[in-house]
Design a protein around this ligand. Structure first.
Ligand SMILES: *Cc1c(COP(=O)(O)O)cnc(C)c1O
Length: 430
């Protein structure tokens, strides 16, 4: 048994002053029936709690830490900015540099606006889509998570799914009256809705690879159909690549599937571990944003020099040749190993992978949408989670989150993880 004494004391203190003791719901580990460990530091692919326990980290701050923790290039970039100041609220060259890097990586983007989180990116992209098309209704998909803006908290993934909340109190019915949520990968349903209501639809927003209901990949032709249907009705197609951007490839999911969305939302990796988001796309659309156009959006700390520098340093590393091939290879090794572990234990799992993102569902059903994901045995998942934590493997405490491999994981870490899974899965009650 690992000792968690200090974490327990900190958790009690936190509960008194922070709702649920955490600043983002899934961190509380409620759905898996445990208490959170409090983190002291991290290095490479290892994360250490306050009691000194070390874990191999597969959360990676929920996606951003693709280089691992404290990558020397990122630390150095941050140190050099610190000498000059931490925030100016005025334009800097760093902002242009990161914008240029994003635009050259993601060809569908002609211009980009920096914000401070993925939530802000999607919220602003939707406002822009509505302002540009002069239409109100938006389409999203069940189990996709696009941050916590009011209009998007309908059948959402991530923490909303983990806690089984269909929507959220505090969101007036009228605020979500213009949000339609459809099953992921169900192109017939989208066609049907677009046929009757296409002229009212401002945009379709989608995770091109869904990573917030576990990992669900797009069915053949799904994204292409969304592109065709939105083109036909004059609606915009928004790819929420906050998670997949610079994760599944340097150009995101759109580069892999060969689809050009009108707008793209980014976050997570582009901040290299600092709080960042961005939204960008076609020039004629982006020119509608204030002060160039009438659609208002602003931010005191937007384009923050520390965040820009961490982003630039991170993207520079990612752009090295062979980076994604090596990462994908390690992730494939992990997937094959986990599959083998489940077979040895005689339990049904379905594994999914997109680049260095993995999904492991305790179900025998092919997982194509949120309904399928929900057929997972959540009791078995929570036993698996707890067992793996005891073995020093730090997984997301929810069936409805993806697993991330970083460049700092080496083959030994992967193999150690597979051995732990073999041990833990054997003990799972069927
Ligand atoms: C994480 C995430 C968001 C929200 O980003 P925050 O920075 O947590 O606000 C939005 N969309 C997707 C696809 C995400 O994975």
């Amino acid at each position: 048994m690992t000792n968690n004494e200090k974490s327990r004391i900190l958790y009690d203190r936190a509960l008194n002053v922070i709702p649920g003791g955490v600043n983002s719901p899934v961190r509380a580990c409620k759905s898996v029936g445990t208490k959170p460990v409090f983190i002291n530091r991290a290095e490479g692919c290892m994360i250490f709690d306050e009691d000194g326990n070390g874990y191999i980290d597969y959360i990676g701050s929920w996606g951003p830490m693709i280089l691992g923790h404290r990558h020397p290039a990122v630390v150095e970039a941050l140190s050099s900015v610190l000498k000059k100041g931490t925030s100016f609220g005025a334009p800097t060259e760093l902002e242009i540099k990161l914008a240029e890097m994003l635009i050259s990586a993601v060809p569908s983007m002609d211009m980009v606006r920096m914000v401070n989180s993925g939530t802000e990116a999607t919220m602003s992209a939707i406002r822009l889509a509505r302002g540009f098309t002069k239409r109100d209704t938006i389409i999203k998909f069940d189990g996709c998570y696009h941050g916590h803006a009011d209009a998007l908290l309908v059948e959402a993934g991530s923490g909303v799914a983990t806690l089984s909340i269909p929507g959220s109190p505090g969101v007036p019915k009228t605020f979500v009256a213009h949000t339609l949520s459809l099953p992921y990968n169900d192109i017939d349903r989208v066609s049907e809705v677009m046929k009757t209501q296409g002229e009212k639809i401002a945009c379709i927003i989608v995770e091109p690879v869904a990573g917030n209901m576990g990992l669900v990949t797009p069915a053949n032709g799904f994204l292409q159909s969304l592109r065709e249907l939105t083109d036909k009705s004059g609606s915009l197609l928004i790819f929420d690549e906050v998670m997949t951007g610079f994760r599944v490839s340097y150009g995101g999911a759109q580069a892999i599937y060969g689809i050009s969305p009108d707008l793209t939302c980014l976050g997570k990796i582009i901040g290299g571990g600092l709080p960042v988001g961005a939204y960008g796309g076609r020039r004629d659309i982006m020119e509608h944003i204030a002060p160039q156009g009438p659609v208002y959006q602003a931010g005191t700390l937007s384009g923050n020099p520390l965040a820009m520098a961490a982003g630039i340093a991170t993207l520079t590393q990612l752009n090295a040749s062979g980076f994604y091939e090596a990462l994908d290879e390690k992730t494939e090794r992990l997937m094959v190993g986990l599959k083998g572990a489940s077979e040895k234990a005689g339990i049904n799992v379905k594994l999914t992978r997109a680049g260095s993102m993995l999904g492991l569902f305790f179900t025998d059903k092919e997982v194509m949408n949120f309904e399928d994901a929900k057929t997972s045995d959540l009791k078995m998942f929570s036993d698996y989670y707890k067992g793996m934590l005891q073995e020093g493997i730090y997984l997301a405490p929810s069936q409805f989150e993806a697993l991330f491999v970083s460049a700092a994981h080496d083959t030994a870490h992967i193999d150690k993880t597979i051995q732990a899974a073999e041990k833990v899965m054997k003990r799972l009650i069927k």
